[in-house]
Ligand binder design. Structure first.
Ligand SMILES: Cc1cc2nc3c(=O)[nH]c(=O)nc-3n(C[C@H](O)[C@H](O)[C@H](O)COP(=O)(O)O)c2cc1C
Length: 354
């Protein structure tokens, strides 16, 4: 088996899977700005893959070869569909498979999926076995939390470490806490110690609230993890995985807007009419920030109804901006650009941590 989990240099720096964010378009943008060691797809329903609604989920598995090593993340609770999904993912050319046992979204958990599996270890064993049998040539990983409604690190992660898996990513919170409260890195450290005491050859990755590569180094040094997965920090800085690189928010206006234009073009050429334009709007704040007139421009961009309208708006702004020679003031946070987190152009956007 080609197991990238063990062959890649340490520490592993991984972009977290994020639904409706980390599709192939976004991952390719990240790749351009600074390559993480490993990419994950958004989580994909194994039941959905073998249902009439297949077309509505299969787009999550689109990827470009340059993104590799790339892991397909799946969820569900039917072992047969895991077995079939594993075969399909191997055919598609993925480098690994990950099972989501961490998503705490109520609708999903209510039906016994994702983080609800923490309370159903016998089914977990079956799902792992089915996936391994479906794709014995691919390494298998699990992404989970420290417990479901209470902290249960030793029992739950100890159980997982005894399964036939190659890597384990632990988000340092319990499911009930969603993304609230402090991330318990000392509990993640216990998982590393458990792995060592069980003498299992399983890679342990920590996840939760890490915002930079220097913090990755610090977590690895302090808690002994093999790597760190970062999610939401990428919203603030597309250059997150590029060491010593200037963060996106501090770059020039033309760099920010050119990158946004590239994002829109890639979105259009990849998805055409198959994904709604409104999905793009959640990214505007990443790029249209921290310069004179940013908040007005962002508000106008949010009002646009087509990608062509946004492109025209950005190009016009760039022309006017350069003619006013204001581009010489990168990195200055202007009063008119101050907004609280989670607000785009005055509209509330929920960012859930799964
Ligand atoms: C918008 C959004 C979508 C997410 N989608 C997924 C997902 O599809 N699969 C998954 O395992 N975790 C998902 N997560 C959780 C992240 O992978 C990660 O565990 C969480 O954000 C904590 O890491 P962070 O503090 O570095 O963001 C999502 C999080 C967010 C904010």
């Amino acid at each position: 088996m080609k197991n990238f989990w063990t062959s890649l240099p340490r520490p592993l720096k991984i972009l977290a899977p994020m639904e409706d964010v980390t599709d192939t378009v976004f991952r390719q943008l990240v790749l351009k700005c600074g390559r993480p060691d490993i990419f994950f797809t958004e989580f994909t329903s194994t039941d959905g893959l073998f249902s009439k609604g297949r077309e509505r989920v299969i787009h999550r598995l689109k990827f470009d070869k340059r993104e590799g090593p790339i892991v397909a993340q799946i969820w569900g609770k039917n072992p047969e569909n895991y077995w079939k999904a594993a075969q399909l993912l191997a055919e598609f050319g993925f480098d690994g498979i990950d099972i989501n046992m961490g998503c705490p979204v109520e609708k999903i958990v209510k039906s016994g999926n994702c983080s609800a599996l923490i309370e159903n270890p016998s089914l977990v064993s079956e799902l792992i076995r089915a996936t391994r049998e479906g794709a014995p040539q691919l390494p298998l990983s699990v992404k989970t939390r420290l417990g479901f409604s209470s902290l249960n690190t030793e029992e739950w992660c100890g159980f997982l470490l005894n399964q036939d898996i190659h890597a384990l990513t632990v988000h340092g919170r319990i499911a009930k806490h969603l993304s609230k409260y402090r991330v318990k890195w000392e509990e993640i450290q216990k998982v590393v110690q458990l792995r060592d005491s069980l003498k299992r050859d399983i890679v342990v990755v920590g996840n939760g609230d890490v915002k930079s590569l220097s913090e990755v180094d610090e977590k690895v040094r302090t808690f002994g993890v093999d790597g760190v997965m970062m999610g939401r920090a990428i919203f603030e800085n597309l250059y997150l995985f590029s060491r010593d690189s200037i963060p996106l928010s501090e770059r020039s206006v033309s760099e920010k807007l050119s990158l946004l234009l590239e994002h829109i073009d890639l979105f259009e050429s990849t998805w055409g009419e198959t994904k709604p334009f409104r999905i793009l709007k959640k990214f505007f704040k990443n790029y249209i920030t921290n310069f004179w007139g940013a908040s007005e421009l962002r508000a106008s961009a949010i009002e646009c109804e087509t990608s062509q309208e946004v492109k025209d708006l950005l190009q016009k702004f760039l022309l006017e901006y350069s003619s006013r020679e204001l581009d010489s003031r990168p990195g200055t946070l202007m009063n008119d650009d101050k907004e609280s987190d989670g607000k785009l152009g005055g509209k509330r956007v929920e960012i859930l941590s799964l």
